[in-house]
Design a protein around this ligand. Structure first.
Ligand code: SAH
Ligand code: SF4
Length: 366
């Protein structure tokens, strides 16, 4: 399998070059692309309008199966599903599907592990193993989309005559799983371009959210690309000193630089910026820091997600108590900064970043 071409790794252009190189007509790329990203075909045999000889060549020289599900967990409510995948080289990554009444959001990984070292993060505690390829990022979405479509088809068979099958089974994507997307720029951006391509999955850029620890050059590059992707910035502290303790990589990017890049992004795209702030008891949850945060974000079209810390085995840090969370959000509200306290979805299935993988691989240090 090693030397087979991973089809999800190819851009539309590369697929087209591959097929025309095999002597196929130009329209063939459109057909295969449609099978991959619109029909979500899981094998070549189902590609009905592709000549048999080409299907056979595709199945011997290319590869569709990049991810092997190892463990799948469903939350008690049935609304959150977490999948641990094995990659061809034996590494593992996690993806999470969250069902809401109006959308189905896939939370996707961009790296195996992460090298940014945030002290409170299970993924960061394990370090970086490697970047994911574009195909490995895309395949997570396709896997979850296929699962949703399968269930929808089953339901529509039961409810005869009423088709319940959605055009976009995964309707929203958050790049908020394992890894730092802007530290794996090329693959992440290619995956975004593949999934937004109108000839295939055709997801609106406004339905994608990229969460970053705050890598300034990457944010500036996103602003230049001009796609209206939602940007979420993991802030966790309103001053450089505290931030550099919690998020070590921020020593290379001052808050002043970060905020200027973020403001530029907001202006270029017209999108509201999200800030993530994990509330850690006695560390970053004082009302004084809430006032500093409000001052830092003043005048910006933004929203703050307050996330009571999800405790991890590798750190003694604890979540802020509920009253402190409410008081903190009250200060923001009084200053006109909108915020929500994010529900900890799927807490019973360890849907916190990197936690399932940490437990599976036995790197939990208790
Ligand atoms: N690397 C990117 C995206 C992946 S992390 C980033 O840092 O933004 C996704 C989000 O989960 C980030 O906001 C991160 O700060 C947060 N997070 C990580 N570990 C957490 C924990 N133990 N409790 C609460 N939030 C956490
Ligand atoms: Fe990496 Fe994000 Fe975890 Fe920080 S919070 S270690 S950037 S995955």
């Amino acid at each position: 399998m090693e030397d087979r071409i991973a089809l999800y790794d190819l851009t539309y252009r590369q697929l087209s070059e591959l097929l025309t190189g095999w002597g196929e007509p130009r329209f063939r790329a459109d057909q295969v692309w449609h099978w991959l990203y619109n029909s979500l075909a899981g094998d070549f045999a189902s590609m009905a309008n592709i000549p048999k000889a080409l299907r056979e060549r595709l199945s011997t020289e290319t590869e569709l199966q990049l991810l092997t599900p190892l463990t799948e967990l469903e939350s008690a409510s049935g609304q959150t599903r977490k999948v641990l995948f094995r990659l061809p080289d034996g590494n593992t990554i996690e993806s999470v599907l969250m069902r809401y009444h109006d959308r189905r959001t896939a939370c996707i990984s961009t790296q195996v592990g992460c090298g940014m070292g945030c002290v409170f993060c299970a993924t960061g505690q394990g370090g970086l193993a490697r970047n994911l390829s574009a195909g490995e990022i895309v395949a997570q979405v396709i896997y979850l989309a296929r699962e949703i479509r399968r269930v929808q088809l089953e339901q529509s068979t039961f409810q005869a005559g009423r088709s319940q099958v959605a055009v976009h089974p995964v309707s929203n994507i958050v790049l908020m799983g394992m890894g730092e997307p802007l530290a794996n720029w090329a693959a992440t951006w290619q995956a975004i371009e593949t999934l937004t391509d109108s000839r295939g999955y055709n997801l609106g850029a406004r339905r994608i959210t990229l969460s970053t620890v705050g890598l300034v050059p990457g944010i500036r590059r996103m602003a230049q690309e001009g796609l209206p992707i939602n940007l979420a910035v993991s802030l966790h502290a309103p001053n450089d000193e505290l931030r550099s303790q919690l998020v070590p990589v921020s020593r290379n990017h001052s808050l002043a630089d970060l905020m200027s890049a973020v403001r530029e992004y907001g202006q270029k795209t017209g999108r509201r910026i999200t800030f993530e702030y994990a509330l850690i008891a006695g560390v970053n949850d004082s009302l004084e820091l809430a006032r500093d945060l409000a001052a830092l974000l003043g005048g910006l079209l933004c929203h703050v997600n307050l996330i009571p810390l999800n405790p991890t085995p590798g750190s003694a840090l604890q979540p802020s108590p509920r009253e402190q969370v409410d008081a903190f959000s009250g200060v923001l509200e009084a200053a006109g900064i909108p915020s929500t306290v994010r529900m900890r979805r799927g807490i019973d299935i360890e849907a916190g970043c990197g936690q399932l993988r940490q437990r599976q691989s036995g790197i939990v240090v208790k």
